[in-house]
Design a protein. Structure first.
Length: 880
């Protein structure tokens, strides 16, 4: 029979899939002798089966729970619901992958009218018992009974106002008794009946509510954003309560073994005396820095630091830990791998290698390639002279510029529409997650740096400034005030999540700087990866940037824009409108030196490395006015009887426009098709390339490995003819110069037919570069702009398609075309050099495929080169 419930002593770290991260972590700590309150765990499998059965528990589950409860009562010498020595429990969710604050926790289960006196007597602290009771009613009421949280919040606020209490802790025992009475009344009203208080029944319903919270909307948003499967389910941990709210020698808190924002090895944590865990993690109160605990609770503090170091050594990774101190005695409530920013991921990985805690390969596996993206984002100019409007807690680094909004829904909606907004809230709550995801950053007046929402913001790389003292939010008037300054809905602010500063207006940002830790880690990736990494660049500055970021050459140098520049357009028009070969030759002769200069600039930056130049892939109509505009112009001249010479010229242009007008330019005279019509164009380009390479050799003593690429080939005859044109021109140039220069000629594979007949094409190609952007368009038969602005979003949302195929390659379809191209190409030419240009070359998930298919290199935008270097190493490690 399946076992659905495990005692604390029967679990360990390796049972994470079954016990969830929290359950396994608690069991592991207990087995290492760390003080952990006794507990049992209901497995993720029990949750999954319950979901599959439409909410009905597996038959044996409740029996197992009551048996485990009996064993727990036996071990603790306490009994749930007893009027002497009552057992109080927490009921906590815990999935396999941690989802901070996304599901529900219920504390103090077991407190009731019957047990509250015993609880107070035993603690010698009546106030504490009633404080626990009112907390229980609101948590249970919200989570299990589904009563809106504001019902309880409003009642608490009203009572505080009546009693003139600033803080919750200012309320007296009598006040709390009054509050409990009001809470019970409210709950009964909401539920239309009496507040039930059978603790065993409450336990059953609490476990059930935790199962259900797996499917709540914020958990769903979180799973989607983090690619966590909805089928995994959550475990439920039922644990004896320890009390941080027993007075001033009791406390609760959260810590990270290293700074999760920066990765620096330093004390990073927060605590509150006389409080329960939710006060800290739910951002209800702004907690105190952990360092201050040394004064207040020195012994517990020392024990905590000791445990913290032990756990980090044991897990060999940064831990996110929760603790409670009851009457000076320390208990650990959680340890899990700490969520961290990219900067912290890199810093901790790099430091831990230096400390000998982990190997370089382990370090690589600890960093998500996509995380590196975060680091490449701009920051506030360090020389900024604008003074901050306010300073709060630096809860998640990075710069955010956006207009102020006050609701998560609005942030989600406007953010999704591409607007830049900053979400301003009273406190950081996990319920806001959909807004956080779409905002540039988050600003809160309350809450600390270890609150769930701050943890989540760091995980998403969203800048966050929390707990700004003196910031007053006025929702009614949609504005906030700070030190007399009023900031309205729609005003622009800038946040610096690294310093906690808030500025009015949009501050200037500077590009991200790559530090030593970053370079370290990426250089370790270089030791592991097999794929080469090149960049796509069409000018000198981009080429220089690419090289600085570690590109090993250029995988795609487009030449279209070289024809587009304003000083070239007249010559270009001349070429297109040419009526004779001589006219066309003249125009091309004008263009050649300009192209050569462009190539020289790029080749100078890339000397010593390969540069792949793609010959013109023309949207020819883009060089000419639109058919409609030109027709109107001609009509106007005809009607007004203008200058006959002008009219003749415009008519001639119109005729050309008509001739070049295509129904479907994407599938029209593109790629080498134009070169087939006008061979003098590729010839001119080949000459310009060779002249440039020779000029750089002459000047610099070194030049690039020239690769000349024929675009959009579908037929063997096309590559055969184009290759001949290029080779003839190159040989002629070399002969004229009396020089030798190695070069290769190849093609882009971007049409399904080309992939399918790759063996025929390979005969005339020294290399293939898979143009996966066009291959996706032509392979799936969708135009990118139309798809991305239209149906594709729906497809992704509705799960018709897993992800945008222009961002991550469609493995089954387009990926298969690449595989066929590789196989057929290499079958006839084993030494055929294979690369990918197109945005997939910088996408970690796509890089995995390219590694598997055995390509030689990927090429991506300069900016993504470090990510690609890193992802290529990860692909090797994942393949092992
Ligand atoms: P999450 O996974 O969302 O962090 P937790 O299950 O860790 O949720 O619970 C939230 C808070 O409840 C924690 O901060 C913790 O301090 C508190 N808590 C949970 N179990 C106990 C317990 N047995 N005794 C005291 N506090 C507890
Ligand atoms: Mg929780
Ligand atoms: Mg927790």
């Amino acid at each position: 029979m399946t076992q659905y419930v495990y005692d604390l002593a029967d679990g360990n770290a390796s049972m994470k899939p079954l016990l969830g991260g929290k359950g396994a972590g608690l069991a592991e700590m207990a087995s290492l002798g760390v003080p952990v309150p006794d507990a049992f765990t209901v497995t993720t499998q029990a949750c999954v089966e319950t979901m599959n059965r439409g909410g009905e528990w597996p038959e044996s589950l409740w029996g197992e729970v009551t048996e485990a409860l009996a064993r727990l009562e036996e071990r603790t010498g306490r009994k749930l619901g007893a009027t002497e020595k009552p057992l109080l429990l927490s009921v906590r969710s815990g999935a396999v992958q941690s989802m901070p604050g996304m599901m529900d926790t219920i504390l103090n289960l077991g407190v009731s009218d019957e047990t509250v006196d015993a609880l107070g007597r035993e603690a010698g602290n009546e106030r504490f018992a009633w404080d626990s009771y009112r907390r229980f009613i609101s948590m249970y009421g919200e989570v299990v009974e589904g009563i809106a949280s504001h019902v309880f919040e409003d009642a608490l606020a009203a009572l505080k106002l009546e009693k003139g209490a600033e803080q919750d802790t200012d309320l007296t025992t009598e006040d709390l008794k009054e509050l409990v009475a009001r809470y019970k009344k409210l709950a009964s009203d909401e539920l239309g009946g009496e507040w039930s208080s059978d603790p065993v029944e409450q336990l059953r319903r609490a476990i059930d509510a935790v199962f259900k919270s797996w499917l709540n909307p914020r958990a769903e948003v979180y799973r989607k954003a983090n690619n966590i499967s909805a089928d995994l389910g959550t475990a439920v941990n039922v644990q004896q309560m320890v009390f941080g709210n027993r007075g001033e020698t009791s406390a609760t808190g959260v810590l990270f073994t290293r700074n999760p924002s920066t990765g620096v090895k330093e004390l990073y944590g927060e605590f509150l005396t006389n409080a329960q865990g939710e006060d800290v993690v739910a951002g209800i109160r702004t907690p105190r820095p952990l360092a201050e605990m040394e004064q207040v609770l020195p012994e517990a503090y020392a024990a905590l630091l000791d445990t913290m170091n032990k756990m980090e050594q044991h897990y060999r990774d940064m831990q996110d830990m929760e603790f409670t101190i009851e009457n000076g005695e320390l208990f650990m409530l959680q340890t899990r791998t700490g969520k961290r920013t990219a900067a912290a991921a890199i810093k901790t990985a790099s430091d831990m290698v230096a400390e000998g805690l982990i190997t370089k390969e382990e370090a690589l596996q600890r960093i998500e390639p996509a995380q590196l993206d975060q680091l490449l984002h701009p920051t506030i100019d360090p020389n900024n002279t604008v003074t901050a409007l306010a300073t709060g807690l630096p809860a998640s680094p990075g710069a955010a510029v956006g207009t102020v909004v006050f609701s998560a829904d609005e942030a989600a909606e406007r953010g999704e529409n591409g607007e830049k907004v900053v979400l301003v809230r009273f406190e950081t709550t996990p319920d806001d997650i959909h807004g956080v995801l779409q905002a540039q950053g988050v600003l809160t007046s309350h809450g600390g740096m270890t609150s769930h929402a701050a943890v989540v913001a760091r995980g998403f790389g969203k800048p966050c400034v929390a707990g700004v003292p003196g910031l007053r939010i006025d929702l009614e008037n949609q504005q906030f005030t700070i030190d007399g300054t009023v900031v309205k809905h729609g005003d622009t602010v800038t946040l610096d999540g690294g310093t906690g500063e808030v500025f009015l207006g949009a501050l200037a940002l500077v590009p991200a700087q790559i530090n030593d830790d970053f370079s370290n880690v990426v250089s370790w990736a270089d030791e592991v990866r097999q794929l080469g990494v090149r960049a796509n660049a069409d000018n000198g500055p981009d080429a220089a940037k690419a090289r600085e970021l570690g590109a090993e050459g250029i995988g795609l140098c487009r030449t279209e824009h070289m024809f587009m520049a304003a000083d070239r357009l007249p010559a270009m028009h001349k070429m297109i409108l040419a009526e004779t070969d001589e006219e066309r030759a003249d125009a091309l002769a004008e263009i050649l030196p300009m192209q050569q200069a462009d190539f020289e600039a790029i080749f100078t930056e890339m000397k010593g490395l390969p540069v792949n130049v793609r010959l013109l892939d023309p949207p020819l109509h883009e060089f000419l006015p639109s058919l409609v505009d030109q027709s109107l112009l001609v009509q106007k001249l005809e009607l007004t009887g203008g200058d006959p010479a002008e009219l003749a010229a415009e008519r001639k242009t119109l005729a050309q426009v008509k001739r070049l007008h295509e129904q479907n330019p994407m599938l029209g005279t593109r790629g080498c098709r134009l070169a087939m019509l006008y061979p003098e164009i590729p010839e001119m380009q080949a000459r310009a390339i060779i002249r440039a390479a020779l000029a750089v050799l002459e000047r610099e003593g070194e030049t690039v490995e020239v690769e000349i690429m024929i675009p959009l080939v579908a037929l063997q005859a096309e590559i055969k003819i184009q290759r001949e044109i290029v080779v003839d021109a190159v040989e002629d140039e070399l002969e004229l110069a009396g020089k030798e220069l190695p070069y290769t000629v190849g093609t882009m594979i971007e049409l399904p037919r080309a992939a399918l007949v790759a063996d025929q094409i390979a005969k005339y190609a020294d290399f293939f570069s898979f143009g996966t952007n066009d291959l996706t368009q032509t392979g799936i038969g969708i135009s990118r702009d139309d798809a991305e602005n239209g149906f594709l979003g729906h497809y992704v949302d509705d799960g018709v398609i897993k992800s945008n195929p222009f961002a991550t390659i469609d493995v089954d379809g387009v990926g298969e075309l690449v595989r066929i191209g590789v196989e057929k190409g290499r079958a006839v030419k084993p030494e055929l050099k294979l690369g990918v240009c197109g945005e997939h070359g910088g996408d970690p998930a796509s890089i995995e495929l390219f590694q598997k298919l055995g390509l030689d290199y990927v090429s991506c935008s300069p900016f993504r080169v470090p990510i690609a270097r890193f992802a290529a190493a990860r692909a090797v490690l994942n393949q092992r």
